[in-house]
Write a protein that binds this ligand. Sequence first.
Ligand code: ASP
Length: 586
Amino acid sequence: MYRTKTCGELRLANVNETVTLAGWVQKVRKMGGMTFIDLRDRYGITQLVFNEEDNKELCEKANTIGREFVIQIVGIVSERYNKNNKIPTGEIEIIVKELRILNKSEVPPFTIEENTDGGDDIRMKYRYLDLRRSNVRANLELRHKFCLAVRHFLDSKGFMEIETPVLVGSTPEGARDFIVPSRMNPGQFYALPQSPQTLKQLLMVAGMDRYFQIVKCFRDEDLRADRQPEFTQIDCEMSFVEQDDIINTFEEMTKFLFKEVRNYDLGDKPFLRLSWKEAMKRFGSDKPDMRFGMEFVELMDILKNTGEFAVFNEAEYIGGICAKGCASYTRKQIDELTNYVKSPQIGAKGLVYARVQEDGVKSSVDKFYSPEVLNHMAKEMNAETGDLILIISGPDAMKARKQLCELRLLMGERLGLRDKNKFALLWVVDFPMFEWSDEEQRLMAMHHPFTAPKPSDIPLLDTDPAKVLADAYDMVCNGVEVGGGSIRIHDAVLQAKIFEVLGFTPEKAQEQFGFLMNAFKYGAPPHGGLAYGLDRWVSLFAGLDSIRDCIAFPKNNSGKDVMLEAPSAVDQKQLDELNLRINPSL
Ligand code: ASP
């Protein structure tokens, strides 16, 4: 037997017991005739003591040990003189009687402690060492607990976990697919699923009634902090349901998960529901961070054509936010905000500000407006003495709102209003069915093409499709879209109509989605569902800035696994088998 106890479980009650422990050496300290070793395993750290006076030979052996050696010891649990209240085993130590080195280790490339000296790249290259750090491991433990709780809840509600294939067909609409060449079918390709969307719908046609799957999905997109090329969804689908049934089920699951996994009580009240239109109007985002207010105030009536400021007079949108107590911002601080909104990723033309002071409103557009207009504006914004008003305008209302949203988030951050230990959840509902794509010069499905339109809007599909609202909903937590779904179309004729609006010819629709439309001819039940982003949930629960930290082996921002050195070139033989040729000019 390699061990009788783990490194995390011994307490005062175990004093005088003889134990065998095994683990990694986190730290070796020599003090006079004594050598102390911190022994680590997944469960914790236990202090080992070697005393030269007791056993010189053993102590000398201990002195040859380096960081990350794997050792086994037999020793006696003893009460510590200098107790360490920072760790659960801090009241005891082990007086070592026998020591066996199970494996040596080279000096690790960074310190394997909570606060490491290793940068991102090196930690990713040696991720197996990074994962030995207790804070990184804790994220995986949380993830495991989360998945267990999800399975437990969904099982109790009659959901059945069903696996769907990873090698599927490529479908247009949505993100770019990862594709996999087929050796047995030369010149043909599988795609990795962006989600099991159509398959879960087919499971509903198959009568499975309630499905879920904790499933890997793949999207070949440019990466950001909350995106990975492969990520995990909690994918769910239900038959014979309306929007409220789904919302109620998953609201209950969310409350359960918060309680069970995060020990956080979301209360009994239902989550707020905002229509997409209202969310955009009040927060400039379809995933508003509701931990704080700072709502947009539209100022078109007050500032357009009431002064000589051409930028406002030409604007399609003028809106402001009020940053409480920020009138004291210096010119330099305001310049910083201006540079931020003018940066290429935000794209605003400029920022207008107004300080509300004892002696009146002082703004960057004073010379264009009368004090009455500016006072009226400050009043409309509910601004008080000491507040700073920040205004963004633009020729495209939607773009200007999104820019103001970024500014709101930044100010929320600066004012400490985005506390990671506070959670604000809501549903955003009534999304538009389609959005115009400048790139494609056509309407695209805002959610996906299988989303049902609001029944009352179906006639608009022929007359004004851009106005059609969808029976779709997103769950948002702290400004992050944690999940989303919709009621689906279950009627082959309506589904064909949607493909037509999306610009598919009947032949193309049949070629791409014939399998689904044909299935709908054989008694498809009304159904709907949603998918949660597991990585996003776990990182929110853990208070992480990036989803990478809750994934055991993540990819970097260029989509690479630097540890496995993937992707990589393959042998010519493999290419030949697949009938593929690499263009050497690439
Ligand atoms: N399949 C959808 C997605 O991945 C979610 C859903 O509608 O259930 O976004």
